[in-house]
Design a protein around this ligand. Structure first.
Ligand code: R5P
Length: 309
């Protein structure tokens, strides 16, 4: 791994430490700070000429996270890196991914264009909001799923009589894949409507959860409305213990409070985004080894297929 260099911005210092530990390499030095007026200032602290550069940065708010990534890619390209891989554990601006109503942007396509234009040669992402975002890039995208970490953890919990639940129709495929991986468990789908960006309500639950333990799976938890409403509906339908796994814990506004007061027994999240505050109900599952292994295999040009489950 002598020509592997790994850099990061300020999005997730804990995750990068764990990835470097897994790879047994030091984090390459860089300065990612600000000018007095607030503009971002980037400088790589070592030569990357001819190197295989990985820049690990989630692009959750604030917008600086995305901008730091773009500037670090640009700096690496101008410093003659051989190859630049943007490792994006959480790909922000992914929720507007189609023009499904008048006068809306396709934000994820614009972000993909920005990252490519900055000079990335490859992307490594995890649990993208929609698989088709891969196609917004004309460079190779390795799209990892965090499922193996969840499945391993949940199997150890040995919960009997379990049903997997998708909190909306859009997430049905994801939930079905997890149900299959956990031993062909039954699947229930919740019919959710979103009248405004941060408002949701539930029309009905498709499937039987009476006297069953349930695991709701979703990619993002933002205001918490989706999950908290889902948990309340499942309780009304007679579910017993309600668990939830959301890969990316954005936890906006009063989401933590809502979770505390909800019918959820436990919320499992990945460490793609650092948690602003902890909660007794939240448990963090680390995806650092999975990301580290993918980085190692991309660098060694070996297959990553077995990581895609
Ligand atoms: C929606 O399609 C996503 O998968 C999540 O369900 C959604 O982004 C969660 O948002 P919130 O926590 O604000 O309901």
């Amino acid at each position: 791994m002598s020509d592997l260099r790994i850099f990061t911005g300020n999005s997730n210092p804990e995750l990068i430490k764990k990835i470097c530990k897994y790879l047994s390499i030091p984090l390459s030095s860089s300065t990612v700070g600000k000018f007095a007026d607030g503009e971002i200032e980037v400088k790589l602290g070592e030569s990357v000429r001819g190197m295989d550069v990985f820049i690990v940065q989630s692009t959750n708010p604030p917008l600086e996270n995305l901008f730091e990534l773009l500037l670090m890619i640009d700096a690496s390209r101008r410093a003659s890196a051989r190859r630049i891989t943007a490792v994006i554990p959480y790909f922000g601006y992914s929720r507007q991914d189609k023009k499904d109503e008048p006068r809306v942007p396709i934000s994820s396509k614009l972000i993909a264009n920005l990252i490519s234009t900055a000079g990335a040669n490859r992307i490594l992402a995890m649990d993208l909001h929609a698989g088709q975002i891969q196609g917004f890039f004309d460079i190779p995208v390795d799209h990892l799923y965090s499922t193996p970490v969840l499945v391993e953890h949940f199997k150890k919990m040995k919960i009997k009589n379990l049903v997997i639940v998708s909190p909306d129709v859009g997430g049905a495929k994801r939930a079905e894949a997890i149900a299959r991986r956990m031993g062909n468990l039954p699947l229930t789908i919740i019919n959710k409507r979103r009248p405004a960006p941060d408002k949701t309500y539930i029309t009905n639950v498709v499937g039987d959860v009476k006297n069953k333990n349930v695991l709701i799976v979703d990619d993002i938890i933002s205001t918490g409305g989706t999950i908290v409403n889902a948990a309340a509906s499942l309780k009304r339908e007679g579910a017993k213990d309600i668990y939830c796994y959301c890969t990316h814990p954005l936890l906006a506004k009063d989401a933590l409070q809502k979770i505390e007061n909800s019918k959820l027994k436990k919320l499992l999240v990945a460490n793609t985004i650092p948690l602003k505050k902890s909660s007794k109900k939240i448990e963090i599952l680390s995806v650092s080894e999975l990301l580290g292994e993918a980085i190692s295999r991309i660098h060694e040009e070996t297959s990553v297929t077995s990581l895609f489950v």
